[in-house]
Design a protein around this ligand. Structure first.
Ligand code: SF4
Ligand code: MG
Length: 317
């Protein structure tokens, strides 16, 4: 069974001039199966959004491959590229900034339909109503403007827009980070329901592990442009291997006060180093509680230490 998405040695570097190269994404390797949700997690600036934007080809890759249904996305031209643009859609972090304030909600949702010229005008209208209902809004909302809606409702509009042309794959870039905590679970549940009804595949980007817990089948943890651990959600929460993942998990409060009181919380010292000037060897070594001399000397390889559980750390090498 071919994965719907394969990312191989993907790099996205930005040349900032004056000899400065920002290695925002540096050698990513992972794949996603059809119908699966892959959570991509890391602190801000770790390259996760850049990875998403390079996968969907909003950015050209510096090196490496993105295979979608077996075809290299960065080599697609003409009709093939247009087809790809239909099959992969993006939901953005900020539902305030990503919706054009001068367009009605109906026209926002139908943008993709109009670009790809998919329906007659009667069908178009029906389709917009159907999409509004599917995301928990209603027909009357079609003639309104984005400012009339709450954050959660705006994100529902963003989701309806992404769904309009029936994509197979959605990249959701921190879709719940800007929302109130009380609304976050509702939007996650909507994503889950839509996935079940439509067989969608998700790349779900978030800045902490609590946000992806209830939606991801597998999770990848990024640090300074690199994946440091990939595992099933179950394995990652039960038995995290990379010291960075361990620290991220220890920061999530546990509802049980008994466990919460006795639990060790790992506070990472220092800031994330600048990706313009990453440390030698392991990128995490300047903050790692388990750092050893060899960590400065070589970059730990990304290896499968247990079935489907990958980690880049000299402790397991
Ligand atoms: Fe820590 Fe060394 Fe493992 Fe890096 S390789 S995470 S510095 S123990
Ligand atoms: Mg981001």
């Amino acid at each position: 069974n071919q994965p719907i998405l394969e990312v191989r040695n993907l790099q996205k570097h930005f040349n900032l001039g004056g000899g400065k190269i920002l290695k925002a994404v540096d050698d990513l390797n992972f794949s996603i199966d059809r119908g699966e949700t892959f959570g991509l997690v890391g602190e801000s600036g770790c390259g996760k959004s850049t990875a998403g934007r390079t996968i969907i080809r909003l950015y050209e890759a510096t090196a490496g491959e993105v295979l979608f249904n077996g075809e290299n996305v960065h080599e697609l031209r003409g009709r093939k590229l247009q087809e790809f643009r239909r099959h992969m859609q993006m939901v953005f972090q900020d539902p305030y900034a990503s919706l054009n304030p001068r367009m009605t909600v109906g026209n926002i949702i139908a943008e993709g339909i109009d670009i790809h010229n998919l329906y007659s005008s009667t069908q178009r209208k029906e389709r917009v109503y159907e999409l509004l209902r599917d995301v928990g809004l209603n027909e009357e909302h079609a003639s309104r403007f984005p400012h009339e809606f709450s954050g959660g409702q705006r994100q529902r509009i963003g989701i309806a827009r992404a769904l309009a042309i029936e994509p197979q794959f959605i990249i959701a870039d921190e879709p719940i980070s800007a929302l109130d905590v009380s609304v976050q679970a509702q939007v996650v549940n909507l994503f889950k329901k839509l996935q079940k009804d439509r067989g969608l595949t998700y790349l779900f980007i978030a800045h902490d592990l609590a946000m992806v817990k209830h939606i991801s089948d597998r999770i990848g943890v990024m640090y300074l442009g690199k994946l440091v651990e990939v595992a099933t959600s179950q394995a990652l929460y039960a038995k995290p291997l990379h010291p960075y993942t361990v620290s991220l998990l220890s920061a999530i409060p546990i509802p049980d006060p008994e466990i919460e009181r006795t639990r060790e919380r790992i506070i990472l010292e220092g800031e994330i180093p600048s990706p313009l000037n990453p440390p030698s060897g392991c990128p995490f070594r300047t903050r790692c509680p388990k750092v050893m001399p060899q960590c400065a000397e070589s970059m730990p390889p990304f290896i499968e230490v247990e079935p489907k559980h990958y980690v880049a750390c000299h402790l397991y090498n």
